[in-house]
Design a protein around this ligand. Structure first.
Ligand code: PEP
Length: 250
């Protein structure tokens, strides 16, 4: 069965609650595409008004992070139950900015992935190499390690529902998009890795996004690749361009 494309915006630390509602109202008519799952991953404080604003549309709201404990003395953190209760369906886990600035590791990513599944949240699991790693020729080895640890103790049924975002760190927010060949090569290697951990059916079901300076002009070729099932989009998700990205096939 063909995999449905999934195109998600990562708003990062942008948009106040009222700005979020305004942006959603602007983008609503532009992001209609029945062939694509459309997700807006928004700051935690924007989730409740965003869920309200997307009612009766094709847009799903996602979170940009969550903690791996159920509840308790973890000041400032957001639990999976809070996200579910607020109407969230997807959660980005292990974005490279979280790894770089907030000390997230492959191990915490794994704990969060397991916890997300416990609560029926779909994790968008991020992986990606630095420029140095790419230049040293260790990209595939590094990504395989990230994936293997992230999916430790995750069942095949769960993995088949997951989304992986391949985001080369050197391409995030830099305007430098990976070439279509580079992006396809790594996304295929990720799918092969999932096939090795689980089986062919799981590898065929899991959705793999490319992220890193995706724009309206680069999206059509990227998303046409055999192993690229959509994108995780930062900067361009805050603009009308996101409508063109979601409708890359029109
Ligand atoms: C991201 O934040 O996940 C991202 C890919 O950002 P940008 O599209 O701005 O490079």
């Amino acid at each position: 069965m063909a995999r449905k494309k999934i195109i998600a915006g990562n708003w990062k630390m942008n948009m106040t609650p009222s700005q979020a509602v305004e942006l959603i109202n602007t983008l609503k008519p532009l992001v209609k595409n029945d062939d694509v799952d459309v997700v807006f991953c928004v700051p935690a404080i924007d989730i409740i008004p965003a869920v309200e604003a997307v009612k009766d549309t094709n847009i799903h709201i996602g979170a940009e992070n969550m903690y791996f404990e159920e509840k308790g003395a973890f000041t400032g953190e957001i639990s999976p139950e809070m996200l579910v209760d607020a109407g969230v369906k997807y959660v980005i886990i292990g974005h490279s900015e979280r790894r770089e600035y907030f000390a997230e590791t492959d191990e915490t990513v794994n704990k969060k992935v397991l916890k997300a599944f416990e609560h029926n949240l779909t994790p968008i699991v991020c992986c990606g190499e630095t420029l140095t790693q790419r230049e040293q020729g260790v990209t595939i080895d590094f990504i395989r390690q990230q994936i293997k640890v992230a999916f430790l103790n995750v069942s095949a049924e769960q993995a088949a529902q997951a989304v992986i975002a391949y985001e080369p760190i050197w391409a995030i927010g830099t305007g430098k998009v990976a070439t279509t060949q580079q992006a396809q090569e790594v996304c295929k290697a990720i799918r092969d890795c999932i096939g090795e951990i689980y089986d062919e059916a799981t590898a065929a079901a899991i959705r793999i996004q490319y992220g890193g300076s995706v724009s309206a002009s680069s999206a059509p070729e990227l998303f046409a690749q055999a192993d690229i099932d959509g994108g995780l989009v930062g900067g361009a998700s805050l603009k009308a361009d996101f409508g063109q990205i979601v409708n890359y096939d029109k």
